[in-house]
Ligand binder design. Structure first.
Ligand code: PEP
Ligand code: MG
Length: 885
């Protein structure tokens, strides 16, 4: 029989796939002797089997729960449902990968009409007992019985009004008793049976509700966003209750062992006295900073600080800790590796190496490469004049501007139209997740740094300002006010999540300043990585940016972008429309100095580093006006009869565009096929590259150009170009009287090229995998159409696990790459191999390229730091595949 239930003293931290993150850590904390209220964990396997057996408990599960419950009861000296000394428990979800707030929790389970009296007797506090009972009924009814929360809120507010009080804490014993009766009446009317009184029945119903909550809407959205497998299931933790709401010597809080926003090594947290469970994270009351605890309860504070250090040293990572103080005694309810901003992630990883807590390799593995993106984006220009209207808590750094919206559905709807929105809420709940995804940032008027909005925004790397209490939100009129200023829905505002500022209008931004911790961490990445990281850059400015971000070469210069500017497009069009070779040569002669100048700039920026320049690739019609527009214009001219000369010109253009029209241009007249049909175009480009190289060499620079032939399918294509390239190199050498170095290679973008790599390598110094096209040609998916048309259902039905245009398809495209590398190197052992498709900047694909033994990855300049870190992680993680879950 499988083991579905583990008591806390039976588990370990490394059992997280079975016990979930929370269960594994509760077990670990129990085993290192920390004060954890005792309990047990039902495994994720039980949840999976619950779903496999059409939502029923797997055989043996109930018996095992009861058996282990008896141990928990023995250990705590209390018994579920016992009249003298009742055990009360919390029932909480606990997934393998943390999904904060996405699933359900029930507190105070075990209360009924009898045990509530025992609780009152044992604590000498009838008010506390009734308050706990009414909270339990409310929570259980919402989560388990699925009766809407607001029905209970309505009764609660009515009760407060009846006795003329404002706050929940002011409800009297009698008022609470009457409220409990009203709650029960509501339940009976909704489910046509009384509220369950039997604690064992309550327990089984609650466990099932937690299993069900794995598949609630917000949990599914969260998993999709974070690429968490939907089949993992959740564990369920059943833990004996401790109470933070037993009076003013009790409380509950959440803390991080270091600041999760900046990374500063100071315990960072918040707590509320006389409060229970979710009150702190729910963001309903703004809590006290943890430093205040030192004054309120100095002994508890000292014990807490010691415990935090024990946990950080034990886990060698920044910890997120939930605690409760019950009548002056500290308990730990949960710990896990804390979510943090990119800035904090880098600082913490760096500082922990300086503190000799972790190695450089561990530090490199501690930062998610994709997170670095947040650091490289623009920030508010400090020299700009800003109209700051309010200040809240700086909950997640970065700046964002957008139109104000007041609810998640509007955020999603308006963002879909292409507008940037900022979501403004009193507080957010897990049901708002789709709005946070759609918004540029979040502003809340309530809640602390650990409120839902803050935690989720940080996780997504979005700016967030929370607890901005000076703004008064009016949902009905769709506006908020600060003093005499009113901001209406649709108005533009900006937030600065690094300082907490709320600013009227849009703000000017500037390039970010990178910390020394960042520079150190990335220099460690360079120490360990074996893949070189190059950049895709088409201009000297991009090349300079790439170099500044740490690129050690250019992996792809797309020369077609140089054909587009207004000073060159007319020559390009003239070249395409030319009727004779002379006409074409004339146009090319005009383009030559322009191209030469382009290459001069890029090669100079990258002095001493390889620069791979691809000869013209896209179909020529891309440089001409579009067919539909031309037909309309020509028809207009023809019917007006006013300008016969212009009409003749238009008609000849139309004829040419029709000639060039293709049914399937991506598989048509493009790539090196262009160079074969119009050799003079490639010859002009090759000459421009070599002229620029010779020029710079003469000026004393070390220039390393690589001439790249796109979309090949056969070695004879390469043989065709090789002769011409050699001849032009010789001519340029003579013209300039200077020798220079160059090499020739090809892109591998078709399955045939990959399969015939041994032959292609006879004519190539390097291969660069153009995995955008290779994915298209391998899968038969048009790269221009797939994502907008049929890929979404492929992903939804899990026919494909990931979008192959984002994460490399290892089984198909990856296999072709493997074959090409092996066959190519058989012919030429020192063949250089790299990747320059979009996958070259995607961490899990970089991991694959590392294990394939490529020499370089190439990606856009802003992704270079991400690629450096991902390449280092691939090297230090010793074969473990990162980035896939
Ligand atoms: C590729 O196909 O992967 C590539 C880099 O070339 P492009 O995207 O320009 O076709
Ligand atoms: Mg391509």
């Amino acid at each position: 029989m499988s083991n579905f239930v583990y008591m806390f003293n039976e588990g370990r931290a490394d059992m997280r796939s079975l016990l979930g993150g929370k269960g594994a850590n509760l077990a670990e904390m129990t085993n290192i002797g920390l004060p954890v209220p005792f309990g047990m964990t039902i495994t994720t396997q039980a949840c999976k089997e619950y779903y496999q057996s059409q939502r029923s408990f797997p055989a043996g599960l109930k018996e095992e729960i009861l058996e282990k419950l008896a141990f928990v009861e023995a250990k705590t000296g209390k018994k579920l449902g016992d009249i003298a000394n009742p055990l009360l428990v919390s029932v909480r979800s606990g997934a393998v990968f943390s999904m904060p707030g996405m699933m359900d929790t029930i507190l105070n389970l075990g209360l009924n009409e009898q045990t509530v009296q025992s609780l009152a007797r044992n604590t000498s506090n009838l008010r506390f007992a009734y308050d706990s009972y009414r909270r339990f009924i409310q929570m259980f009814s919402d989560v388990v019985l699925e009766i809407p929360k607001h029905e209970f809120e309505y009764l609660l507010n009515e009760q407060k009004e009846d006795i003329g009080v404002v706050y929940d804490q002011e409800l009297t014993v009698e008022a609470l008793r009457s409220l409990i009766d009203k709650y029960k009446e509501l339940v009976r009317s909704q489910i046509e049976r009384p509220f369950p009184e039997d604690p064992i029945e309550q327990l089984f119903m609650a466990i099932e509700a937690v299993f069900r909550s794995w598949n609630n809407h917000r949990a599914i959205v969260y998993r999709n966003l974070n690429k968490i497998n939907h089949d993992l299931g959740t564990a369920v933790n059943i833990q004996s209750m401790v109470f933070g709401n037993m009076g003013n010597d009790s409380g509950t809080g959440v803390a991080f062992s270091r600041n999760p926003s900046t990374g500063e090594n100071i315990i960072y947290g918040e707590y509320l006295m006389n409060a229970q469970g979710e009150d702190v994270v729910a963001g309903i009351r703004t809590p006290q900073p943890i430093a205040q605890l030192q004054e309120d309860m100095p002994d508890i504070y000292d014990q807490f600080v010691r415990t935090v250090h024990i946990l950080e040293n034990h886990y060698r990572n920044m910890q997120d800790i939930e605690f409760t103080i019950e009548k002056g005694k500290l308990y730990l309810l949960q710990c896990r590796n804390g979510k943090r901003t990119a800035q904090a992630a880098v600082k913490i990883a760096h500082d922990m190496v300086s503190e000799n807590l972790i190695s450089k390799q561990e530090a490199l593995l501690m930062v998610e490469p994709g997170q670095l993106d947040q650091l490289l984006h623009r920030q508010i220009d400090s020299s700009a004049k800003l109209s700051v209207i309010a200040k809240g808590l700086p909950a997640s750094p970065g700046a964002a501007s957008g139109q104000v919206v007041f609810d998640a559905d509007s955020a999603e709807r308006i963002a879909k139209t292409g507008c940037k929105v900022l979501m403004v809420r009193m507080e957010t709940t897990p049901d708002d997740i789709h709005g946070i995804i759609a918004a540029q940032g979040v502003l809340t008027s309530r809640g602390g740094m650990t409120s839902h909005a803050a935690v989720v925004a940080r996780g997504m790397g979005k700016p967030c300002v929370c607890g901005c209490e000076t703004i008064k939100i009016d949902y009905t009129n769709q506006e908020f006010t600060i003093g005499s200023t009113t901001v209406k829905v649709g108005d533009l505002i900006s937030i600065d999540g690094s300082t907490g500022r709320v600013i009227l209008g849009e703000v000017p931004m500037k390039d970010p300043e990178l910390s020394t911790e960042y520079t150190h961490l990335l220099s460690w990445a360079d120490e360990f990585k074996t893949l070189a990281v190059r950049a895709n850059a088409d201009t000297p400015e991009d090349a300079a940016k790439a170099r500044a971000f740490g690129a050690t070469g250019i992996g792809l210069t797309r020369t077609e972008h140089m054909f587009m500017g207004s000073d060159r497009l007319p020559h390009v069009q003239q070249m395409i429309l030319a009727e004779t070779q002379e006409e074409r040569q004339q146009a090319l002669a005009c383009l030559l100095p322009i191209q030469e100048n382009d290459f001069y700039g890029i090669l100079k920026e990258m002095e001493g580093l390889p620069v791979c320049i691809r000869l013209l690739d896209p179909p020529l019609h891309e440089f001409l006006p579009n067919l539909e527009g031309l037909v309309v214009e020509t028809t207009k001219l023809r019917t007006s009869g006013e300008n016969p000369a212009q009409l003749a010109e238009q008609e000849s253009l139309l004829k040419k565009v029709r000639q060039l029209h293709e049914f399937n241009p991506m598989l048509g007249h493009r790539g090196c096929r262009l160079g074969i049909t119009f050799p003079e175009i490639y010859e002009m480009q090759i000459r421009a590259i070599f002229n620029a190289t010779a020029h710079l060499t003469k000026e004393g620079y070390t220039i390393l150009p690589e001439v790249e032939i796109p979309l090949t399918i056969d070695k004879e294509e390469l043989a065709f170009f090789q002769k011409r390239i050699a001849a032009i190199a010789e001519e340029v050498t003579k013209d300039f009287g200077v020798e220079f170095h160059y090499c020739i290679g090809t892109m591998i973008e078709t399955p045939r090229a990959a399969l015939l790599a041994d032959e292609l390598a006879e004519f190539s110094d390097f291969f660069s995998f153009g995995t955008n096209d290779l994915t298209q040609t391998c899968m038969g998916f048009s790269r221009d159409d797939a994502e907008g048309k049929f890929l979404p259902p492929y992903l939804e039905y899990k026919i494909l696990k990931e979008n192959p245009f984002i994460a490399l398809d290892r089984k198909g495209v990856g296999e072709l790459m493997k074959i090409a590398v092996e066959r190519g190197r058989k012919t030429k052992p020192n063949l250089i191999t790299g990747i320059c498709g979009e996958h070259g900047g995607e961490p899990s694909s970089i991991d694959f390229c590392h294990h394939l033994g490529l020499d370089f990855v190439s990606c856009s300049p802003y992704r270079v730091p991400i690629a450096r870190l991902a390449a280092a992680q691939a090297a230090v993680s010793q074969g473990e595949s990162l980035g896939t879950r």
